[in-house]
Write a new protein. Structure first.
Length: 165
């Protein structure tokens, strides 16, 4: 990768600062959305587990790698999600010591509802933007998601779709 031209550091840092502020605002919106459900709420860490397991056959070791968490912490997160009926654990087909994780129908429904509430909040905010600004945001976010997901080595089904030029 080539070095950015001299003088281009300021726009990158400005974008980083704006992205940090956006993430903080989204965290507030996300938490507000979680609190409006009648189902048992899950913590932010538990929600990350649900998002990572959704659509992926994953074992505890892979989940721990993605979360950068110690095995006992990952096990406790999964214990709690299993207790509320959102996650199931099954032995691996080749090695019964391996533990595979799957969302239950209740876990999938919880995630679907959470995503819908979050998308509704985002749609309201984006309705205030011009069409050109929304298009620029969509293009930039697709590239950003690809840049973030690649070093995480997420399975292909969790990788963002490539943007079309």
């Amino acid at each position: 990768m080539s070095q950015p031209p001299s003088g281009s550091h300021r726009p990158v840092m400005s974008a980083v600062a704006e992205m940090s502020e956006l993430i903080e605002l989204l965290e507030v919106v996300w938490e507000r959305g979680r609190d409006t459900v009648s189902e048992p709420p899950v913590s932010s860490a538990q929600a990350r587990v649900l998002f990572l397991v959704d659509g992926n056959e994953m074992n505890l070791r892979e989940l721990g790698r993605l979360l950068e968490a110690a095995p006992p912490s990952v096990t406790r997160l999964c214990d709690r999600l299993q207790a509320v009926g959102f996650l199931e654990r099954h032995p691996g087909p080749d090695d019964r010591r391996e533990v595979l994780l799957h969302l239950t129908p209740a876990g999938r429904a919880y995630l679907d509802g959470l995503r819908a509430r979050r998308q509704e909040a985002l749609a309201k905010a984006m309705a205030e933007m011009s069409p050109a600004a929304r298009e620029a945001l969509a293009t930039g976010l697709a590239d950003f998601c690809a840049a973030v997901a690649t070093p995480l080595r997420l399975p292909p089904q969790r990788m963002p779709a490539p943007r079309t030029a």
